[in-house]
Ligand binder design. Structure first.
Ligand code: NAD
Length: 259
């Protein structure tokens, strides 16, 4: 028996990196998975096909998280295809390594639009779809340790992830007070090996090996994480095992912020 049997899960940015880790694990645990991405259509379609070949259920839908019309269409399509939505993982996100003095207003707005407004829209349309079913539902927002500690080179990113942390708590309360069967929590990863950190490695002026060794040492466990390390945290939050957990923040960072 899977830990997500009978549930329908939508994952943004679900075709690569941390999102892909979620899509694969959630399908293995019995969820019908709706993989969404803005650009990676081939990767998303291929991943959905490979999950189906292995006996799972998945579908791919294109979604730019900053586009309200697309959120309306995607949530309607999910209800039409699967009859309900139980789980949303707001995972899509970007990073920008620039100091506050170098960051332009356009760059600030670009980061906030995807990392913060995208999560706001996802929550808004998920609640609309979820409250109809009456079944236990869970929204998992992928924030970052950078919502809790500052990084001098990532001011816009830190601010956007801080907003996800606070929004999670406000929405957890409003869902609880409205009597909806919807829990809302945030997950705060340390450095994870994905395209996002590979780009950071490129921008660092070091070789990827030097960059990942340096960053790995910043984590007391001695290395950076893998997408599956985060997907397992979200699996608990998405499943009914966490049915008394809402408004909470889950750090998975190899001990990074413990120092
Ligand atoms: P990634 O670059 O591998 O994946 C991010 C995904 O988001 C990609 O599929 C990208 O296409 C998608 N995306 C970007 N803009 C989008 C938009 N407008 N609409 C829809 N999709 C969009 O990065 P990742 O490392 O897997 O990051 C996933 C999440 O985890 C992000 O929110 C990131 O901030 C967070 N995070 C990552 C790390 C890390 O070290 N990798 C650490 C903490 C938090």
């Amino acid at each position: 028996m899977g830990r997500l049997d009978g549930k329908v899960a939508l994952i943004t940015g679900g075709a690569c990196g941390i999102g892909r880790g979620h899509s694969e694990l959630f399908a293995k645990e019995g969820a019908k998975v709706v993989i969404t991405t803005r650009k990676k259509v081939v990767e998303g379609t291929t991943l959905a096909e490979s999950i189906k070949k292995e006996g799972g259920e998945a579908t791919f839908i294109k979604l730019d998280v900053t586009n309200e019309d697309e959120w309306k269409k995607v949530t309607d399509e999910v209800i039409k295809k699967y009859g309900k939505l139980n789980i949303l993982v707001n995972n899509a996100g970007i990073s920008l390594a620039k100091s506050i003095e170098e960051t332009s207003l356009d760059e600030w707005n670009w980061i906030m639009n995807i990392n913060s407004t995208g999560v706001f829209l996802g929550i808004k349309y998920a609640i609309k779809a979820m409250k109809k079913s009456g079944e236990p539902c869970s929204i998992v927002n992928i924030s970052s340790i950078d919502a809790m500690v500052g990084e001098a080179e990532l001011p816009a990113y830190c601010a956007s992830k801080g907003s996800v942390r606070s929004l999670t708590k406000a929405v957890a309360l409003s869902c609880a007070e409205a009597g909806y069967n919807i829990r809302v929590n945030s997950v705060h990863p340390g450095y994870i090996h994905t395209e996002l950190t590979e780009k950071e490695a490129q921008d660092s002026g070091m070789t990827p090996a030097q960059y990942f060794e340096k960053v790995g040492k910043m984590h007391p466990l001695g290395h950076i994480g893998k997408p599956i390390d985060i997907a397992y945290v979200s699996l608990y939050l998405a499943s009914d095992e966490s049915n008394w957990v809402t408004g909470s923040e889950f750090v998975a960072d190899g001990g990074y912020i413990t120092r």
